[in-house]
Design a protein around this ligand. Structure first.
Ligand code: TXA
Ligand code: MG
Length: 334
């Protein structure tokens, strides 16, 4: 594949000719990266098994990790579910378009490669106009994982996609930074009770309140060939730079800082807790932290530092998704 083309598209009123151009690439089996509200996705037509295989190849993704299918609206998504019960309907009506993926039994029109051979499919309706216009124009749902090489940090800017996947995908639609910044919550509706497989912007408590039933969290043991949700592997999303985490800002004094180092923290730093030379991102609000975490990691990683240190986010459900992603991107200090 030659160099990837980048088209800059208006986030609120996407130019119809640019959407049409991207739709043609997809309809011919190509790969197009586009922004969702969470992170940039790497899209292919979900019903085209060959095109979807191209996603796995471009990312270097293991074939046992299923992809999320993006639909234009609730009715569109429902067509690809072999069972769509009241729970699915009420969550879809309440949270879509939005950062919630529902795992439901799949129909035969979803190829095995999308589902990693399993009986279910993860579906969601993304919020941005660009994403929904694109799906509408293609007329078919788009399978799209995050648009990064496997095990790298997810992209929240088109520049992140280009840096990671240039020459490996056909087209990038650049509509600016993503609004939410962390991947969708993945909820398994085939489990009883429903189970959050990946924490995200919509918390288990919100889902539980909407459903009126308890919602569990965390992976369940399944057959070893097929991961319940590989996003739940302990290390994922890793930067290239050595990255450690400490539990609290008080522990920062124990760090042996190299000359070139960076820090990410989620509360103000006590005076004199780190050397002045350390490049720092302090993100004390959970919404800002979600939006900026990957950008901060990409930024620090691109500087060629010798060490990145992160302080774990404070307790509380609002911090669950940032805490989860940060834990996957770092290893404990000592
Ligand atoms: O916000 C997001 O979800 C982004 C944007 C692009 O939509 N996508 C994303 O895709 O994060 P990806 O492939 O990086 O992560 C998908 C997660 C993985 O943990 C995968 O195992 C899980 O969703 N998943 C997908 N389909 C599933 C299924 N049928 N059963 C269980 N888990 C599934
Ligand atoms: Mg991913």
């Amino acid at each position: 594949m030659t160099r990837t083309r980048v088209l800059i598209v208006d986030r609120d009123e996407p130019e119809p000719d640019l959407i049409a151009e991207a739709a043609v690439v997809l309809s011919r089996g190509g790969l197009v990266a586009f922004a969702t509200e969470t992170v940039y996705g790497l899209g292919a037509v979900a019903t085209n098994a060959d095109a979807v295989r191209g996603i796995f190849q471009a990312k270097g993704r293991p074939s046992n990790n299923p992809l999320i299918v993006h639909a234009a609206d609730v009715d569109h998504a429902r067509r690809y579910a072999a069972r769509w019960d009241d729970r699915a309907e009420s969550l879809a009506r309440r949270f879509w378009p939005g950062p919630l993926t529902l795992v439901v039994p799949r129909t035969a029109s979803i190829p095995d490669v999308v589902a990693a051979g399993g009986p279910t499919v993860g579906v969601r309706v993304p919020a941005p106009t660009v994403a929904r216009r694109l799906i509408e124009r293609v007329g078919l749902p788009l399978a799209a994982p995050s648009a990064n090489r496997s095990n790298r940090i997810s992209p929240t800017l088109a520049e992140h996609v280009a840096a990671d996947l240039d020459g490996r995908v056909d087209l990038i639609l650049d509509s600016g930074p993503t609004a939410v910044g962390l991947e969708s919550t993945v909820l398994d509706l085939t489990a009883e009770p429903p189970r959050v497989l990946r924490p995200g912007p919509i918390t288990a408590d919100e889902l539980s309140a909407a459903l009126g039933v308890a919602v569990e969290s965390g992976p369940v043991a399944t057959d070893p060939g097929r991961l319940a949700s590989p996003g739940m592997l302990p290390v994922h999303y890793a930067p290239k730079t050595r990255a450690l985490r400490v539990p609290t800002v008080a522990e920062l004094v124990a760090v042996d800082w190299p000359e070139r180092a960076g820090l990410i923290a989620f509360e103000p730093l006590p005076e004199g807790s780190i050397p002045d030379r350390v490049v720092r991102f302090v993100l004390p609000d959970p919404v800002v932290a979600a939006r900026e975490l990957y950008r901060a990691l990409h930024d620090l990683d691109a500087r060629g530092l010798d060490l990145i240190v992160a302080v774990e986010p404070p307790a509380g459900a609002a911090w669950d998704a940032p805490r989860d992603r940060l834990r996957r991107a770092t290893t404990p200090h000592r």
